[in-house]
Design a protein around this ligand. Structure first.
Ligand SMILES: Cc1ncc(COP(=O)(O)O)c(C=O)c1O
Length: 390
């Protein structure tokens, strides 16, 4: 395995068959595993023998899920977590020491921002931020104690694009560990390791699950770094449950077909919005009008399923637009079969000052739409009728 096409690996990578000759991988809902004798138990605990010991460390379902994502991302190794945020936190907690410093893009996912500003500083780990449009300023932010360079692309919620190749060069030049949150792109659309990333993080809760059912997270990349992350997780316990791993591994079998369709629908929604008189700006990576269209084309296979747009009329119009929505869901998730619409300025980012919001590209009227797999005409009709009420 591992040498075939993306879709084939996603389907044919499978846990060893049991004595029951099952076709599809069963659910190994067990917290622990048994040993033949004292010697096998000793060798397993000391890791002289590679085998399952306890599901906080590893489980056949989590191992299958990790193996698939490693193949998809071109990674040496990986470790799976209970959520995207436990993957983000464990990655930093395992690799950083008190007094270390990070450089991160300013517009990161809200909880990641909370981790950087509220929790990591408790251990004297501080972060400096660079602007999405000024990657070259990273060099000026680097300190003798800087260890990690961190970014997301596309970003959440403003769908900005960062040049991963350039970030890879900067990280190499300054001997930094480059960590990329690849959640919006999925391993099907973008592989940051190709551009120099050392580690790639996913919230599997999004398009990897794809049906809004379970939480999950994963970090993949350099084996030496994953070893540290694994040891941290093994001792602190943010393990992915076998059930969720089983669901997520099954979901990966259909990732390519689902994401192709999500992207096709999102492109149609983006084109519709771009031509609408009540909309100021539409941001979608594969629209020619996206400020970093060329970079998106270079590093992504398709544009993803998230479209950001600004309704004319600021915060009130944004809220009114959401109130007019009938078919789509108002929900915090994204990457679901169901189209989801959110208004960051009055919800997820309402605690930020207007100035801070603008710094990360969240204008008052910004709406984020995670385009699902419904018939796209129905989604467009819903958006159309909600816009007509403004
Ligand atoms: C870019 C990004 N990273 C990380 C996360 C966190 O993932 P989870 O909700 O699975 O903890 C999210 C969730 O929305 C996200 O959008």
């Amino acid at each position: 395995m591992g040498n075939k096409n993306f879709e084939t690996n996603a389907i044919r990578t499978q846990t060893e068959r049991s004595q029951f000759s099952e076709h599809s991988t069963p659910l190994y809902l067990t917290s622990s595993f048994v040993f033949e004798d004292a010697e096998e138990m000793r060798a397993s605990f000391s890791e002289e023998k590679q085998r399952n010991v306890y599901s906080r460390y590893a489980n056949p379902n989590t191992s299958e899920f990790i193996e698939k994502i490693c193949q998809m991302e071109g990674a040496e190794a990986g470790h799976a977590f209970a959520s995207g945020m436990s993957a983000v936190f464990s990655t930093f907690a395992a690799l950083l020491n008190a007094g270390d410093h990070m450089v991160s893009v300013r517009s990161v996912f809200g909880s990641t921002h909370g981790l950087f500003t509220k929790f990591l500083p408790k251990w004297n780990i501080n972060t400096s931020y660079f602007d999405i449009n000024d990657i070259e300023s990273v060099a000026q932010l680097i300190q003798p104690n800087t260890k990690i360079l961190y970014a997301e692309s596309p970003t959440n919620p403003a769908v900005d694009i960062l040049d991963l190749e350039r970030l890879g060069e900067i990280a190499k030049q300054h001997n930094l560990i480059l960590v990329i949150d690849n959640c919006f792109a999925t391993p099907y659309l973008q592989n940051p390791i190709k551009f120099g990333a050392d580690l790639v993080i996913h919230s599997a809760t999004k398009l990897i699950d794809g049906q809004g059912r379970v939480l999950g997270g994963i970090t993949v990349g350099r084996a030496d770094l994953i070893r540290e992350i694994y040891l941290f997780s093994r001792n602190t316990g943010p393990a992915l449950s076998p059930f969720n791993a089983w669901v997520l591994s099954k979901s990966l079998e259909t990732l390519a077909v689902r994401v192709d369709k999500h992207c096709e629908n999102a492109m149609k929604v983006a084109e519709f919005l771009e031509s609408h008189a009540k909309i100021n700006v539409v941001k979608y990576p594969f629209l020619k009008s996206h400020p970093n269209y060329k970079i998106a084309k270079k590093q992504m296979k398709l544009g993803g399923n998230v479209v950001a747009f600004e309704v004319k009329g600021g915060i009130d119009a944004g809220r009114q637009f959401l109130d007019g929505i009938k078919l789509c869901s108002l929900s915090a998730n994204l990457g679901d079969t169901r189209t989801i619409v959110t208004h960051p300025a009055s919800t997820t980012h309402s605690k930020l000052s207007e100035e801070d919001r603008m710094e990360v590209g969240i204008s008052d009227g910004l709406v984020r739409i995670s385009v699902g797999l419904e018939a796209v005409e129905d989604v467009i009709n819903d958006l159309e009728q909600a816009l007509s009420q403004l």
